[in-house]
Design a protein around this ligand. Structure first.
Ligand code: HDD
Length: 744
């Protein structure tokens, strides 16, 4: 199909999905759904969802027993398959009598409900997943024998994005690191790449993970704050434990508040070892590069979003997939010679607090990931998915990074408790797509009915089966382990805690530096302990004098002297988010219209044409009107009561909606303003917030008045046009830069 047509079709589909259900309204296309009174076939699954499992829990696929997944069988049954005639009344001794203990249906229903929740993840509890496909370019073939990286090979994947600190119900747009965990269901066994949106970590040794997490999570006495690092214990730990300073500056930068999961980079963080068919090895770092570019929220926008739409990132991910604007990333590798020193350009590749600048080792693209399907059931998939760094196919192996080594223990261990027993690998989302023939037996929640009598090796009773693989199995790379004393210590290179923090700071543009200063000032300003703030300022003094002085000024504290010479490092421009232009696919454009003339508004002339042009450009238009329902022929997606600026990437003003007449009358009495001149304050707020958050704003016709009333006319990133079409063209050009950066 013609690609432009394809995008148009996909975007029209989303518009339908986003259109409120106003039966019979123009453009809604939604028939009135009658309330069912007798059994009939259920609606098919939504197009972007998979068909639910069609077997019963007992595995019957003959159709003889009703399927119990997702309300798809006709008649309600107990868990044992007995048809039920009543699920609304407990069995009682007479209509007014006591409930009888013998009511098995009541007890089964309540017992199961009582146990619906499982423990949340101890970290990364809040997250959202999606299915997709990974297609290999073949460029990694010389480096690894991994089959899924061979040219053209397609592999199914499941990705779960997450925040680290908050509980399962916490808000999405908090300042935090984001998890980016990918399960590749390769036909040689599952490969899990369990990374973050930042390339470095707080600690160099896994033994300190409980310390950083205890410090960063809530205080143990009151269990606050939720999903925040802006508190004493976090800054106490990172200021004492200076190897955390590099990860901390990433958190304080715009990377800590991503605009969307779709607009984040991902990093495997550790160095891994690849091995090819000839047994040659190379050290690599994994990168995910989003097609849409790396973009962030502003801090005020993030704070508002957490109130207005705490599920912002989750909703954004699913809306985009539903819209057909499938999120995409390229998988890339930085490859380094596998030398005995395991260093590159004097950077210790086993130190997870260090990155390798892309200018020194370019990221080579090896394949593309496309997320194209939302989960059918959140719990079954996103909640029960279990990743593990030890899930490696032949061709990929681990290194001695002490953080990685500890993680290899932690994930299996935590999942044993979280998923209540050792058989969580049999949960549908965790099942490998490669054939499994293990000799693991029994245990809680065993799903398999294993045949045979000899689950051991060697055996003769089951014909010696299963046999060990010859040639194509996993081989641990026989790395030489140096003869060395048993010791609790780090290599000396791990003692450099500041040079790369300075490298990061120097790589930022002025506006990104301003955001970093503001973030440190905000977070430390939320601390109560003076000693903690002063200690962190001493760390900042070792990073950069301007950074330290600005934050100290914001806190009203003296500027300390550095305790170390400032590192002499070259910046890495690739670390900055600014300076590029990006596709605008899936961006949300709000269009403010007025009520119909009959209701005192100016109407919606030309808006439908603009709406279609927004679609055609691959973006999603959302019509914002004084009320829900319809205005003329336009279906309204947001009313002034439900719209808030944080939802939109750009704003178009087609009209200057006035305040309702009765409200104006009250206002007149106070300020004596002429009624028709009073622009609805909710529209003014939309404009003011979009302006403060440096978003593109465009107006034509009567809409230009709003710019004047809001006092933003003729400022950077605010455009006007002779027509809607001309205005949209200018706004789209601005949107490709993500924000009007000059406004900060
Ligand atoms: Fe971890 C979950 C990423 C260090 C222990 N981690 C978890 C998840 C991600 C990461 C993305 C969520 C997976 C999901 O969506 O289910 N973790 C990282 C990265 C690290 C890191 C990139 C450093 C480079 N983690 C780390 C250490 C330890 C853990 C050092 C322990 C020694 N992580 C865990 C865990 C979790 C987890 C406790 C919680 C839930 C789970 O594993 O299944 O085992």
């Amino acid at each position: 199909m013609d690609p432009v047509r394809k995008v148009k079709d996909a975007v029209e589909k989303v518009a339908e999905a986003l259109t409120p259900d106003v039966p019979g309204s123009p453009g809604s296309g939604t028939p009135t759904v009658a309330e069912p009174t007798e059994p009939h076939d259920p609606l098919p699954p939504k197009s972007e969802q998979g068909t639910p499992e069609t077997r019963t829990p007992t595995g019957d696929t003959t159709g003889a027993t009703p399927v119990s997944h997702g309300q798809r069988g006709t008649f309600l049954t107990t868990a044992q398959g007995t048809r039920l005639r009543d699920t609304d009344h407990s069995l009682k001794a007479g209509p007014r009598g006591p409930v009888l203990l013998q009511d098995h249906h009541l007890r089964e229903k309540i017992m199961h409900f009582d146990h619906e929740r499982i423990p949340e993840r101890v970290v990364h509890a809040r997250g959202a997943g999606a299915h997709g496909v990974f297609t290999a370019y073949g460029s990694a073939e010389p480096l690894t024998r991994a089959g899924f990286l061979k040219k053209g090979r397609k592999t199914k994947v499941f990705v779960r994005f997450s925040t680290v600190l908050g509980s399962r119900g916490s808000a999405d747009a908090v300042r935090d690191t984001r998890g980016f965990a990918t399960k590749f269901y390769t036909d040689e066994g599952t490969f899990d790449l369990v990374g973050n949106n930042m390339p470095v970590f707080f600690i160099q040794d896994a033994i300190k993970f409980p310390d950083i997490i205890h410090a960063a999570k809530w205080h143990p006495d009151r269990e606050i704050p939720q999903a925040q690092s802006a508190h004493d214990t976090f800054w106490d730990f990172v200021s004492l434990h200076t190897e955390a300073q590099h990860h901390t500056i990433w958190n304080m930068s715009d990377r800590g508040i991503p605009r969307s999961y779709r607009m984040m980079e991902g990093f495997g963080v550790h160095t891994f070892r690849l091995v090819n068919d000839a047994g040659e090895t190379v050290l690599v770092k994994f990168h995910w590069k989003p097609t849409l570019g790396v973009h962030s929220l502003t801090w005020e926008e993030a704070q508002l979003t957490n109130g207005v739409d705490p599920d912002f990132h989750r909703r954004d991910l699913y809306d985009a997939i539903e819209a057909g604007a499938f999120p995409e990333w390229e998988l890339g590798l930085q490859a380094f010679p596998d030398t005995p020193e395991e260093t590159f350009a004097d950077i210790d590749l086993l130190d997870p607090t260090k990155l390798v600048p892309e200018e020194l080792a370019p990221v080579q693209a090896v394949g593309k990931l496309v997320l194209n399907r939302v989960p059918t059931n959140f719990f079954a998939e996103s909640e029960q998915v279990a990743f593990h760094l030890g899930h490696l196919p032949p061709g990929i192996d681990v290194t001695n990074d002490p953080l990685l080594q500890g993680r290899l223990f932690s994930y299996l261990d935590t999942q044993l408790t979280r998923l209540a027993g050792p058989n969580f690998g049999q949960i549908p989302i965790n099942r490998p797509h490669a054939p499994v023939n293990d000799m693991l037996r029994d245990g809680f929640h065993q799903q398999a009915v294993h045949g045979g009598v000899a689950p051991y090796r060697p055996n003769s009773l089951d014909g010696g089966n299963p046999f060990e693989a010859t040639g194509d199995g996993f081989v641990d790379v026989p790395v030489t382990v140096a003869e060395a004393p048993k010791i609790r210590a780090n290599p000396v290179s791990f003692d450099d805690h500041f040079s790369q923090v300075r490298l990061f700071w120097l790589s930022m543009s002025p506006v990104e530096r301003e955001h970093i200063i503001n973030a440190y000032t905000f977070e430390l300003g939320k601390c109560y302990e003076q000693a903690v703030k002063e200690r962190q300022l001493r760390c900042l003094a070792n990073i950069d004098p301007v950074l330290c002085a600005e934050v100290a000024a914001g806190l009203g504290l003296p500027v300390p002297e550095p305790t170390l010479p400032l590192a002499d490092v070259a910046p890495s421009p690739a670390l900055s988010q600014l300076g590029n232009r990006w596709p605008v696919d899936g961006r949300l454009v709000g269009i403010v219209v007025d009520a119909e003339p009959a209701n005192g508004g100016a109407g919606t002339d030309g808006v439908d044409a603009v709406r279609r042009e927004v679609f055609a450009a691959g973006m999603v238009p959302l019509v914002i009107a004084p009320h829900g329902g319809t205005v003329g022929d336009l279906v309204v997606q947001r009313s002034f009561a439900t719209a808030r600026s944080v939802e939109f990437d750009a704003l178009l003003l087609a009209a200057a909606p006035a305040l309702a007449q009765d409200a104006v009358a009250g206002r007149d009495a106070k300020v004596g303003a002429p009624g028709a001149d009073v622009v609805d304050p909710r529209v003014l707020l939309l404009v003011e917030e979009c302006w403060r958050h440096a978003k593109a704003i465009g107006a034509w016709g009567a809409g230009v008045t709003v710019l004047e009333r809001a006092g933003v006319a003729d400022t950077p990133g605010v455009v006007t046009g002779r027509s809607g079409s001309e205005t949209l063209a200018a706004v789209s050009a601005l949107l490709a830069n993500h924000r009007a950066w000059e406004r900060f």
